[in-house]
Ligand binder design. Structure first.
Ligand code: SF4
Length: 464
């Protein structure tokens, strides 16, 4: 059979990879979901992979089956593709996070849905399809191992920052309200045997690779064994991890010795009550300053995941957060608007407050609900403002100078440099503007404030 696997894309991201500069390459690295399905597919089938950020959908498709991986923000595009392939009489299967939590909706567009991870579902689906007995729903098994060696030759390597990516672990046992990982893997956490991880890493020709784990450092014994086994490989790597690694000097030393250059850590907010409302375990914002310093001492950069739009976030949250970011020495940020994705506890909590069910807006850049203390426009503008300010050339320069003088900073200097320039380029490419809602409100208030002017009676300040 000829099978086409697609990662759809929409909005600013669609075809971004074809641009000459700032083409999003730094942020394009994973594709692990499609590659995993490709690895599970028996050799008898002919496979083609399309990543819509860099490739076009074929005009005269000649395939027996289409598989589409769907995140919420690309669901409308995925459904458009279902229609397109159906017009060409080709059946379509969808899978991934969005169809898993919206099975009925997905079945309105696709012939079949894979719910949960593909392992344990995809091969049964292919067998049934061959027999002409495709079922509507296939459930994956999160306890099954996912393939270690992936057919990366199916990707155009030049379009990605690296194709050297892997999962050492899958799933997470935490229950952050805005995250669907725990529900997707049904609370299961899978650990790949250390020897298997090492074999995969040895197969990477380049020095640099990425762990795409949701929470790599969650199990201490496992991560200690893994990092110890990685030291002789002399690799350079980055990952997502909990900021709590800062409390474990032995672990930080192992991360440093095994070549860790940086972590992405979800700090989310500097508001204690916001963190409590999302079931986040770290509840003392002051903690972050010491934590970042300790991680920096091992030459590891910290990219912070931040979320705006919690109930207690007023218009001042953006300028307040920027001040703290400058103070605690974060190296890069990925800022988002609180987004109630289907499948998360947050979605159920906020259901009655959601005003926008256009899934395309669930890309973390829109307020799809009415925030408690701001307008939706203010929230979106504030997000753009903090991104622009944090990635102003002056701030980037200050961060990089600071980095050079940090212990081991000179070794990994190019990592924060590359990341900051890429984020700056993204603001440029996406024409990010925004404004500081608190400042705008102050200015508006000053304009409207009655003031006494000698000889003129009461007047409106700012008009005279
Ligand atoms: S946000 Fe991170 S720590 Fe929280 S549940 Fe999701 S993967 Fe786990």
């Amino acid at each position: 059979m000829k099978i086409l696997l697609i990662a759809p894309s929409s909005g600013n991201w669609k075809s971004l990879g074809k641009k000459k500069i700032f083409n999003g390459k730094t942020f394009r690295f994973s594709m692990l979901s499609l590659l995993t399905i490709a690895a599970l597919t028996p050799d008898e089938h002919e496979l083609t992979l399309i990543d819509e950020q860099v490739d076009d959908i074929p005009e005269n498709p000649d395939f027996d089956l289409i598989g589409i991986t769907v995140m919420t923000a690309v669901a409308p595009r995925a459904y458009e593709l279902c229609e397109y392939f159906h017009k060409n009489n080709i059946p379509v299967v969808v899978g991934g996070f969005h169809p898993t939590f919206n099975i009925e909706e997905a079945l309105n567009h696709a012939d079949s849905v894979v719910a949960g991870p593909a392992a344990g579902a995809w091969n049964n689906l292919l067998d049934d399809f061959k027999k002409g007995a495709l079922e509507k729903i296939y459930y994956g098994d999160p306890t099954l191992p996912s393939p270690a060696i992936l057919p990366k030759h199916l990707l155009n390597k030049k379009k990605y920052i690296t194709v050297n990516t892997m999962h050492a672990t899958l799933g997470c046992r935490n229950e952050c309200a805005f995250c669907s990982i725990t529900a997707f893997y049904k609370g299961q956490r899978y650990q790949r045997p250390v020897e298997e991880v090492v074999e995969v890493l040895k197969s990477f020709k380049e020095k640099f690779f990425m762990f795409i784990d949701d929470n790599l450092t969650q199990d201490r014994d496992y991560i200690v064994d893994l990092l110890t086994a990685m030291i002789p490989l002399k690799k350079k790597w980055v990952t997502q991890a909990s900021i709590e690694i800062a409390d474990d000097p032995a672990l930080l030393q192992l991360m440093h010795d095994s070549g860790c250059m940086g972590i992405f850590a979800g700090l989310e907010s500097f508001s204690e009550s916001a963190l409590c409302s999302q079931n986040k375990r770290i509840k003392h914002p002051q903690y972050y300053k010491d934590a970042v310093k300790k991680i920096h001492d091992y030459g590891i950069y910290v990219e912070a995941g931040l979320i705006f739009g919690f109930n207690n976030d007023g218009p001042k949250v953006f300028e307040h957060t920027l001040k703290i970011l400058d103070d605690i020495g974060i190296d890069a940020i990925q800022a988002s608007i609180l987004t109630p994705l289907p499948g998360t506890p947050l979605f159920n909590q906020m259901k009655n407050n959601i005003v926008d069910f256009n899934w395309e807006h669930y890309d973390y850049k829109y307020a799809v609900y009415q925030p408690a203390q701001m307008s939706r426009e203010e929230l979106r503008a504030g997000l753009e403002w903090i991104n622009k300010r944090f990635y102003s050339l002056w701030r980037i320069l200050k961060r990089l100078v600071r980095w050079i003088f940090m212990p081991s900073g000179y070794c990994n200097f190019y990592a924060p440099l590359y990341l900051n320039v890429a984020y700056w380029g993204r603001q440029f490419q996406f024409k990010v503007k925004g404004f500081n809602p608190a400042l705008k409100r102050r200015k508006d208030a000053a304009r409207e404030k009655p003031s006494w002017k000698k000889g003129q009676g009461w007047s409106i300040a700012g008009i005279h």
